[in-house]
Design a protein around this ligand. Structure first.
Ligand SMILES: [Ca+2]
Ligand SMILES: [Ca+2]
Length: 216
């Protein structure tokens, strides 16, 4: 007659597993999560009536299941576009949306699709990278100055992000230019013990339109 137990240290650390003392069956005692811990290894001790014992190691390898939905971060994107798609050529990438999925392999592989707002085929998206570009620069005019796309993310197991990404694209007049910073890089030195609200420098951008911007 042999009695089976988890090693003492393992029993304290691993509430997920138990071993039946009479049969030696290894059972699940609490819920598992591949994303938190994909494998376990622990000793099982067999003891006979005379008190002699021996130890075997048990290794548990979990198999991933598709239990995570893709999640967009950020979920909203704002882009300004030049009329006629100028500035970098018509097929330049104007914005890239991004969703992540905690699963491994194809269950974590995200593909993107524009699901609303692109009825005229103005934009296209790279389904693997989420990069959005202008497919029809000739249709990009400020007679329709605002475009609103909904983008879905779906993983390789067919789970779709519960919330689509929203992309707001505004078409600006080719004459107007976006504000530009006086410098592209600012380096500021700050003592680590300065109190809150201390001004440590300032950044400044200027705009070509005469102070009053007509739209944000
Ligand atoms: Ca997934
Ligand atoms: Ca999983």
């Amino acid at each position: 007659m042999v009695n089976y137990t988890l090693g003492e240290a393992a029993a304290a650390k691993l509430p997920q597993f138990m071993v039946k003392s009479v049969t030696g069956d290894v059972c699940i005692a609490a819920s598992l999560d591949y994303e938190t811990k994909p494998s376990y290894e622990f000793p099982v001790i067999a003891t006979d009536r005379g008190g002699l014992s021996t130890t075997a190691m048990v290794k548990i390898q979990l198999t991933d299941v598709n239990d995570n939905w893709p999640v967009f971060y950020p979920r909203e994107y704002n882009v300004s576009l030049r009329e006629g798609g100028g500035g970098g050529g018509g097929s330049a990438v104007v914005v890239a949306v991004a969703a992540t999925d905690r699963d491994s392999g194809r269950f974590g592989l995200v593909t993107y699709r524009i699901v609303a707002g692109n009825e005229a085929g103005l934009f296209r998206i790279d389904r693997d990278t989420g990069e959005i570009s202008v497919a029809r620069p000739d249709l990009l005019t400020n007679r329709t100055p605002l475009h609103h796309l909904n983008v879905s993310a779906t993983d390789g197991g067919g789970l779709r992000a519960l919330q689509d990404a929203e992309v707001f694209l505004s078409v600006t007049d080719p004459q107007s230019t976006p504000p530009h910073f006086q410098r592209t890089r600012y380096s500021l030195a700050v003592r680590e013990d300065v109190p809150r609200n201390t001004i440590v420098g300032s950044v400044k951008a200027t705009s070509s339109d005469s102070g009053r911007s007509s739209f944000e």
